[in-house]
Design a protein around this ligand. Sequence first.
Ligand code: 13P
Length: 251
Amino acid sequence: MRNKVIAGNWKMNKNIPETAELISGIKAGLKDVPANVEVIICPPFTSLETASTLIKGTVIKLGAQNMYFEESGAFTAEISADMLKSAGSEYVILGHSERRVIFKESNELINKKIQKALASDLKPIFCVGESLEERESDITKKVIETQVTEGLAGVPAEGIANIIIAYEPVWAIGTGKTASPAQAEEVHAFIRGLVAKLYSQAVADKLIIQYGGSVKPDNAKELLGQADIDGALVGGACLKADQFLGIIKPA
Ligand code: 13P
């Protein structure tokens, strides 16, 4: 049995006082979380250290939303793995579609970031997903296969144990259009099969695959009930404590 992992991607939201307020709301409602449910929050860089202090002694874990693959140096405005770790992060979201689309991140760049994160003891939440045009052209699986294969190039089997894959169909992000549980399950099962082919069935069986894209309290239960959906990567609904808690509960 795989754990259920619910992560909140705060995106470019919440300054430091707002961070403290949201975390206090989440903490107040987080009671008796079973050991097989993990909760991760991914606030903006500027809130990481504050968040890290505020979640001490709780089950909440901390992640960042991006990083650069170089160790240090003249890379103005970039953030290194070491910086994220020193601010208390355990996870880092990599390859989010907003990074791929708006900031033109390639599979090759994402692969370098994944390798660096793993080498630095940070756990990547590696996002993949097709656009609406790609789904309508019936090339969803081909797109996912390329993203997964190129993103994981050179990552050894031991590395996969520290990676979460998040399937986020781009057309379902922030649109209120969720993939149906069957649509999501089909791609999740495909990803698990692909990882079994690239590594082994045993590695694939342990892999956590989250679904992301308009996950809300009222659709979380059905999505999380699918055989290959092991959690959620939540955007909009993680910015309000009661909604985020409403997604953790069915997990
Ligand atoms: P929404 O939940 O707002 O659709 O965002 C999903 C997402 O992009 C999480 O990374």
